[in-house]
Ligand binder design. Structure first.
Ligand SMILES: [Zn+2]
Length: 274
């Protein structure tokens, strides 16, 4: 918890009548006592009284987020990405008067490479791959940073598969992302977590439509923090620090389903939704 998160607690507890003294951005004994007094009314786990003061404070922040309509995950007192996201949303609402809103996002519509509509991908790229059959023409695009494989983080790879028609664009995009963020920030933002490129399969929930991954023209990043059905209120890649990442893809005509449709925030593709 950072000082501004402590301030959130301080302001909420002061507003509900606790006498806490001045806000010093730290968990003072008075603040800890107020946390312990407020927590029971939010139905915390049975053993909460045995938790250290910091964990109780995190739990109260989770409870307050929930009470204010911000999804914060389970009330467990552990500071994870979901709690961090909830705290960021509460701080944003305190300063702007509203929650960060997906409708405030305006994806760029440039299409300098002339990527086709989804209905025209076969005409443009040729046939999709199938699990046991032919593959589309794929090339390895070297990445300026090393990817970690989402389902086995100790496994790495240093390239992305790309359809030969998108490969030059993918190379430019990776280079720009690397130039913008740098290696350390890429890792910090988990933009090095690879969750998929070429993968011949049907679209989730469809028996007839092939996923854009079947042509090697789509990528997924950090799926565990950007679940398929999560909206901008939960998906990591919807947060403001990822805007340059998306703008770099969009400048090359790629489409983020998150930024255009507010689901599947992990995914970007070289085809325009129909
Ligand atoms: Zn995808």
């Amino acid at each position: 918890m950072r000082a501004d998160h402590i301030r959130l607690l301080h302001s909420r507890l002061s507003a509900s009548g606790h006498d806490l003294g001045p806000d010093v951005g730290r968990l003072t004994p008075a603040l800890s006592r107020a946390v312990a007094a407020a927590l029971p009314s939010h139905a915390p786990p049975a053993d909460w009284q045995g938790w250290p003061a910091t964990r109780q404070a995190v739990a109260l922040l989770q409870a307050l987020a929930r009470a204010e309509g911000v999804e914060a995950g389970p009330l467990d007192g552990w500071w994870g990405p979901q709690t961090a996201h909830a705290a960021a949303a509460m701080l944003a609402r305190d300063s702007t008067g509203h929650l960060p809103d997906w409708r405030d996002i305006t994806p760029a519509t440039a299409n300098p490479n002339g990527w086709p509509a989804e209905s025209g991908v076969t005409a443009f790229y040729g046939p999709h791959g199938t699990p046991d059959g032919p593959r589309p023409p794929l090339v390895q695009v070297p990445s300026p940073w090393t990817f970690r494989i989402a389902w086995n983080l100790s496994q790495t790879r240093s390239f992305l598969w790309a359809h030969e028609r998108t490969a030059p664009s993918v190379a430019r995009i990776l280079s720009r992302i690397h130039h913008h963020y740098g290696e350390a920030r890429i890792r910090e933002l988990r933009l090095d977590i690879f969750s998929g490129d070429y993968m011949p399969r049907l679209m989730r929930g469809s028996r007839t439509r092939w996923s854009m991954h079947s042509w090697g023209i789509a990528y997924d990043f950090d799926d565990s923090r950007n679940r398929l059905h999560w909206g901008a209120d939960r998906a990591r890649l919807a947060q403001p620090e990822y805007r340059p990442f998306w703008e770099i893809w969009e400048a090359e005509g790629w489409v983020s389903l998150g930024r255009t449709k507010n689901y599947d925030w992990m995914h970007v593709q070289a085809a325009r939704p129909d």
